[in-house]
Write a protein that binds this ligand. Structure first.
Ligand code: AMP
Length: 511
């Protein structure tokens, strides 16, 4: 019914002129696959269940039809809330607000973004003036509703965005509360990067015969990202990162850590190494987060160090590099992280640091994406002990860490590793004979993920614990070849003999 073959331009999407003008002003020429699939049924008034992550153009996919409906069915008088968009984080809420601003620039509708952590008075004042579109995080929304400032009685369009993250963040009760307050007769949209069982259940509770749309993974952002992995001892990560960030190929980078404290620590360590960076995470005040983000967007801050939640939905078009300083223990987070680069049709590079404790996370990530990461071996901090083939069979402990506590999991007395510490005053290990500057090599076949059945939509996010950190912080070693050109640029690094085949099968990166 909603065939996509002929829909290769915005003209074929039946959008009203002010929306087509707005899209043209943004220099969008071709709708993204999620837009092609979602816009026609949404214009027809159907409910939609969208499996798409940020970076796929999903905001326009829901904002354009909603703006069109509001325009085609004008209501005289003071605006009332006819559209409600629920979203998990402040940053994402602000970005969705920006998108409504952009797409609705030639239309009269008013939108408002509300979230917690800031003074409610300006939000209350704007609500009193009247808005057509309200974009909100659940806590502040319910708070303002309880105080009598938000009236749900006129909501006709309800969008639940990043539903999987909402559930991860414990918003399920708030979501249900909000849904109970909405009028029954409305059009519903649910977008989620993944569709695990709880999301499917939630969707079936409020979507009416939804059209299911899905971003084509192969043609989405991820395909434009060169993904690399560098094996490194835990204590050497800071040196490796500083070395890489000194490279002029890195125009702007986001460094991801698993915890808030980790983010702060990386900023300090980088500063000691002469690399300026700003942190953005949940412990920072909203104004500090906004300042860091604005500085980053304006190019004044080249390196942003972020946690997953704070970075969720960061929509900045010019991020050239993503560094996964810690590998996430939830594989889906990796996809969200690297999706901060290669936005708006650009290309990007994502480099993962993997220490000995993180190989299971790496395996989960490759299983989820179906893309083996290019292995970069030839760098000064390379740690072959962290390579999966060498530590296969070791399993991390089952204890759950506190995500906000970034102390390394405690190793009980008497169980300290007896192996010599990585990169203590030993001479550097001899490097593999085939390694050359900037070379990558393909993962040995037996460690490659199964690609055929690796569909993220089917699985619950894989949570794992970091294994005990076995290696102490390392003293600086003389640098051999810290960031050979090729690691940080789009061109494929030179081929390791007999292994990596650019354009060949299963080698990862841009093929
Ligand atoms: P989203 O997935 O909504 O976060 O969008 C990701 C990025 O893609 C944003 O920077 C949008 O401005 C951009 N974008 C959305 N739709 C298109 C399109 N059809 N063509 C080019 N860029 C787009």
């Amino acid at each position: 019914m909603y065939g996509i073959d002929i829909l290769n331009s915005f003209d074929s999407l039946d959008l009203i002129e002010p929306l087509r003008r707005a899209v043209a002003a943004e220099k969008y020429t071709v709708p993204t696959p999620i837009q092609v699939q979602a816009i026609p049924p949404l214009l027809d008034g159907r409910d939609v269940l969208g499996c798409a992550q940020t970076g796929t153009g999903k905001t326009a996919a829901f904002a354009l039809p909603i703006l069109q409906h509001l325009t085609n069915d004008p209501r005289p008088g003071k605006p009332v809330i006819r559209t409600l968009v629920l979203t998990p984080t402040r940053e994402l809420a602000a970005q969705i607000g920006d998108s409504f601003q952009v797409y609705g620039q030639f239309l009269p509708h008013r939108h408002l973004v509300i979230f917690g952590g800031v003074n409610q008075n300006p939000q209350v004042t704007a609500l009193r003036r009247g808005v057509d579109i309200l974009i909100a995080t659940p806590g502040r929304l319910l708070d303002l509703h309880q105080q009598g400032y938000v009236n749900f009685n006129h909501v006709q369009y309800f969008v639940l965005d990043e539903a999987d993250r909402m559930l991860d963040m414990g918003f399920i009760r708030d979501i249900r509360k909000v849904m109970d307050l909405l009028p029954k007769d409305r059009q519903n949209l649910l977008f989620s990067a993944t569709l695990p069982e709880p999301i499917v259940k939630l969707a079936s509770a409020f979507l009416d015969d939804p059209v299911r749309v899905e971003a084509d993974r192969n043609s989405s952002t991820v395909e434009r990202i060169v993904q690399r992995v560098m094996f490194v001892a835990h204590g050497d990560k800071k040196h490796l990162l500083a070395d890489l960030l000194r490279n002029k190929d890195v125009e702007s980078a986001i460094v991801f850590t698993r915890t808030k404290h980790g983010a702060n620590r990386v900023v300090k360590e980088l500063s000691r190494e002469g690399v300026e960076a700003a942190a953005i995470h949940g412990n920072k005040s909203q104004s500090a987060r906004t300042k860091a983000l604005d500085g980053f967007k304006a190019g004044e801050v080249r390196v942003l160090v972020a946690t997953d939640i704070a970075s969720r939905g960061i929509d900045i078009d010019n991020v050239s590099h993503i560094f996964n300083y810690d590998l996430p223990n939830i594989a889906e987070s990796y996809v969200h992280r690297i999706g901060r680069t290669a936005r708006a049709g650009k290309e990007g590079i994502a480099v993962a640091f993997c220490d000995e404790t993180e190989t299971e996370f790496l395996r989960d990530i490759e299983k989820l994406t179906g893309v083996p990461l290019d292995v970069v071996e030839n760098h000064a901090w390379h740690n072959p002990n962290a390579m999966p083939s060498l530590i296969r069979g070791r399993r991390p402990p089952t204890k759950r860490p506190d995500q906000d506590d970034d102390r390394p999991p405690r190793v009980p007395h008497g169980q300290r590793p007896s192996r010599p510490r990585q990169s203590e005053s030993r001479p550097p290990r001899p490097r593999p004979a085939e390694a050359r500057a900037g070379e990558t090599r393909q993962r040995p076949a037996e460690t490659r993920p199964q690609t055929s059945s690796a569909r993220p939509a089917a699985a619950e996010p894989a949570r794992r614990e970091p294994a005990p950190v076995r290696q102490a912080a390392a003293p600086s070693r003389p640098m051999q070849n810290p960031s050979p050109s090729g690691i940080l640029s789009q061109r494929p690094p030179r081929r390791a003999r007999g292994s990596f085949t650019p354009g060949g099968t299963g080698g990862g990166g841009r093929h």
